[in-house]
Every structure is written in C-alpha cells, then in structure tokens.
Design a protein around this ligand. Structure first.
Ligand SMILES: [Zn+2]
Ligand SMILES: [Zn+2]
Length: 416
C-alpha cells in the first residue's frame, strides 16, 4: 500500500462548488473597490524577513510567533507574508510610485500565511482583501474607507454588522498613555497570563489583543487612550466621527480597539458581525502615518483595511445557481465528430458545453445530462449529421426541436 499524502495542517482545499462562492465574492469586491478608484497591485508571496520585522513590528504576536520564516538555498532569510501592508509600502518606495501622478490607492486579493493555532475558521494559509491609500491626511478619507467597507458588505448581502472606531494617538501623545498603561498593568500583573506579563514591558498595548479571559477582564480596568490624545489627534478623531455622521454611518467608539499591529496611528476601526461574535472582526484597519518614512520612503501618511475572506465567506449567503450548460449526446464516431464541431461553434458563441468522451448508450447519456443538471441537450445521430440539422432538447420544458447550429445558438441565446 502506498502512503497517502494529506494537505498540510491549517490549509484547506477550496473545491469547485465553494470556489464559485469565492469567485462571486471576489468579483463583487473588485467591482466595489474600483468604484472608489482603487487599482489592483500584486506583490510576491514571500519577502525578506526583515520587511515584516520592521513593518509589522518586532513585539507583535505575528512576528514573534506566527511567521513562516525559512532560509532559501542561498541562505537568505525569507518569510511568507503574514499581512500585506509592508509589501505595498516596499513596492511603492522601490518603484517610486509616489512620483507618478496616479493617486496611491491600491487593493489586493490573495493568500497570507501565519503559523497560528489551527481552529475552526482559522487557517495557516488564509486569504485577505487588502486596501491601502497613501498621501491623504484628511479624516474624510478615513470615513470614506469605513463607508466603502459598509457598502461592500451590503453588496455582499452581509447585514447585522457594527462599526467600532477608535484613535490610538500618535508618537507625541502615546508615550504618556503607555506609561500609565504600564503602571496599571503592573498592578494587576498576577492575574495576567505569562504572555501578557512579558508584554507589560515590551508593548503593553498588545495586552488588549489577548484572548485569555482573565486578561480581557483586567484590560477593562485599564486607562482609555481616548483620554490621552494630543490636540491634533483629538481633532482628527472628532472630524473623522463627524464625517461618519455625514455619511449616515452608525458606529461605536471603542477605546480598547488598538489592533494587533505596531504601526497604527490615529484612526483604527473594525467591522464586526453579530454572526461571528465580537472577537472576530470581518474587517479591520487603521492609519499608519509614519510607516512610509520609517522604511526610508517619502513622508506620506497611509490608511487601509484588511478583510478576511474565510470569515466573510462563512457569513455571505449564497444560492447555488446552476450553470446553464449544454450536454452533447451522440452515437458512434461520425456523430461524435460532427457534435464536436457543433459544440466548438456554440462555445465560440458563448454557450457552456460539456462533452464526455465515453462510449455510452443514448439512454445513459440522457440520464447523465439529467443528473448533472444540463439546461440543454444536443442530440446528434446519423440522420442529423446528414441533414446538418440537430435535435435540441430543453430539459426544463421537455420540448425538442430540430435546427441548424446557427438557429440553435440563437435559441439558447434568446432563452438566457
Ligand atoms: Zn497625538
Ligand atoms: Zn494574556
């Protein structure tokens, strides 16, 4: 017996029926994002490890515990991207996209990789829709992004969502907050998990990401960042909220929403679904005004969000519309060959056709067509080949007509 090879833990096959749902979600997403003038950008799935150490942040869970890092044959340290933003920033700087007249608005749909604990709905290869805007300081863009996220979910027929918003301040106002946060966390050190105890010194904001119940409870008593914002951040946040009101978007200010990534400044937000519970956001994003500069690029602010496709697809309603396809039924080599030609003609005309190259009786071919849910059956025998007129059966009504290939194409086209 040969040993069977299985898929790697934390990965999953997206089989054809489910892939249809993915295709629909992806095409609606692209259409909506392009309405807001975002352009697609595609960067490699692996990058130099230091890109993420520097971009995502050395004290984040992602970098400490979850990266797929390996050495290639030349000994370079490479990492499968755990998130998208650092790659886009790298590309913009490397290709000097900021020198071009086009606005820096990008989107991307594709796989990311994190060595996370596999659990229901969480995978080590997972997929995200990611959007990024650079060079827009006005909080109107922050609100437009939230408005776009809401419109996208509505177009995907995902309702019952809630917007959570916050400001995490900037490098001027965050230090005094971190100081108070640290001393508060020190006081409750013994109830925190070992991980969070380490975070007190390293990066106390990350305690808010912890899923351990005692840590979550303790975090409720911590000071709120919104009380520490400098004038600039406070003004930016209040104007952001004004624009949300202006768009008619409901939201809740959530002062503990800091998100698990180091580079955020000012605005952070999440869209959560009542179907998934508050711990699992559908969309999460925020501003990263210092990132481009820290990577050695120009002083351009940035903002964006990521949407997890596995989670999204688990809440998107989907009616499996049967594809309207034609099934070829033939008997003998001559009618098979004639059928192949007619099918070629019909496919050029935009009709989905299935030909199975197996010797079967007419009866068993008809029952295959039925079982597979064909909308049309094209029956070709000796007589039909001679006349160049073929039998077209409408499987829904059961009616059958004899026509030329041109007429058949016309009938099928007119019916859809
Ligand atoms: Zn500030
Ligand atoms: Zn903890």
């Amino acid at each position: 017996m040969k040993k069977q090879i299985s898929a790697i833990k934390g990965t999953k096959d997206i089989l054809p029926r489910e892939a249809k749902k993915w295709q629909r979600v992806e095409s609606v997403t692209k259409r909506v994002l392009e309405l807001y003038a975002y352009k697609e950008i595609r960067t490699p799935v692996f990058e130099a490890t230091e890109l993420f150490e520097k971009g995502t942040g050395q004290t984040t869970d992602i970098v400490i515990k979850e990266m797929y890092t390996f050495r290639d044959k030349a000994g370079r340290s490479l990492t499968l991207r755990p998130e998208y933003t650092p790659s886009v920033v790298r590309s913009i700087i490397e290709k000097r996209l900021y020198l071009q007249p086009e606005p820096l608005r990008f989107y991307y749909i594709g796989p990311m990789f994190r060595y996370d604990k596999p659990q229901k709905g969480r995978y080590r290869q997972f997929h995200q829709v990611d959007i990024e805007v650079f060079g827009e300081e006005d909080p109107a863009i922050d609100a437009e992004i939230v408005e776009m996220a809401n419109y996208l979910l509505k177009e995907l027929k995902v309702y019952d969502t809630e917007n959570l918003v916050n400001s995490v301040g900037c490098k001027n106002c965050r230090p005094s907050y971190l100081k108070d946060l640290r001393s508060q966390a020190e006081e409750v050190r013994r109830v925190l998990c070992p991980d969070c105890q380490r975070k007190i010194k390293l990066n106390p904001l990350r305690i808010f990401d912890c899923k351990v119940e005692t840590c979550r409870e303790a975090a409720q008593t911590f000071p709120e960042i919104t009380n520490y914002l400098c004038q600039e951040c406070e003004e930016h946040f209040s104007r952001f909220c004004d624009y949300l009101d202006f768009f008619g978007i409901k939201y809740k200010v959530e002062p503990r929403l800091v998100r698990g990534i180091d580079y955020y400044t000012k605005t952070t937000f999440e869209v959560v679904s009542s179907k998934l519970g508050a711990k699992n956001a559908l969309i999460g994003g925020g501003r990263y005004d210092d990132m481009m500069k820290e990577f050695g690029g120009p002083d351009l602010c940035g903002i964006g969000f990521a949407m997890g496709l596995e989670r999204l697809i688990s809440v998107v309603p989907f009616t499996d519309k049967k594809g309207k396809f034609l099934y070829l039924v033939y008997l003998g080599d001559e009618s098979k060959r004639a059928g192949m030609k007619v099918v070629q003609f019909l496919r050029r005309g935009g009709v989905e056709c299935l030909v199975e190259y197996k010797e079967r009786s007419i009866k068993s071919q008809m029952s295959r067509a039925n079982k597979l849910g064909a909308a049309w059956v094209l029956i070709i025998g000796e007589e039909e080949v001679k006349k160049e007129q073929y039998q077209l059966k409408n499987m829904a009504t059961g009616s059958q007509v004899e026509r030329t290939q041109e007429e058949i194409l016309k009938i099928i086209r007119e019916s859809s």
